[in-house]
Design a protein around this ligand. Sequence first.
Ligand code: ATP
Ligand code: MG
Length: 225
Amino acid sequence: MIEAKGVCLEYPDGTMALKNIELSVKPGELVYVIGPSGSGKTSLLKLFMGAEYPTAGSLRVLGQHISKGQASRIRGLRRMIGPVFQDFRLIKGRTALENVMLGMRFLDIPSGCIRENAGNALKKVGLEQKMLSLVEHLSWGECQRVAIARAVSREPVLIIADEPTGNLDKDNALNILELLKSFRDDNKAIIITTHATHLIEDDRYAVHIRMDNGNMIMERPGELR
Ligand SMILES: Nc1ncnc2c1ncn2[C@@H]1O[C@H](COP(=O)(O)OP(=O)(O)OP(=O)(O)O)[C@@H](O)[C@H]1O
Ligand SMILES: [Mg+2]
């Protein structure tokens, strides 16, 4: 699903955010990316979503080359990805249901199904009672779950979640990780960045990657390898 060979990302100001990344992610895998602030976790996810391009090396995501000349194909690729952003990017003034429905715009989903899919996704994340609440009236953890519902309602083959446990207490963080993991199946891959290393220790199928100043250290290959 993801093949990275010698991938580097240098931002225009000269910051080397990623150095010589080698990674292969297979269908069915759960990948945790850990590491301190500024180590390159979000930069890595941006590459996988085609929001940045490698400045060296080669990267394929779901068979698509991630490089500057491929912009229109990369837009197509994004339809197959369910992103959960570090800052959620929910639209204020809209309800939870509307936010999830908006996430399905531009996908080939019949308009009659969009509302139903959105409702089902919100039920799955435990927000049945809050569907018609404006997102600005929801708690942090609830917003987190709306963002997850929006990502999964698109039926993506690659789920990418940036710090989904950020700002949550231990129980809620665990719930969010369990929720994300519940979407795992043989055809999907899930990539999660987190600071909450103490919460992810016991998952034997998971691949653990540590980022350190732009370098990637494979700490533990999952059992699928
Ligand atoms: N658009 C940008 N232009 C220049 N430098 C950037 C840009 N975005 C990120 N960086 C730098 O790249 C490095 C990696 O940043 P990144 O956001 O990937 O870290 P992170 O591991 O996600 O951190 P955090 O845990 O705080 O979210 C940092 O030094 C950061 O300052
Ligand atoms: Mg980050």
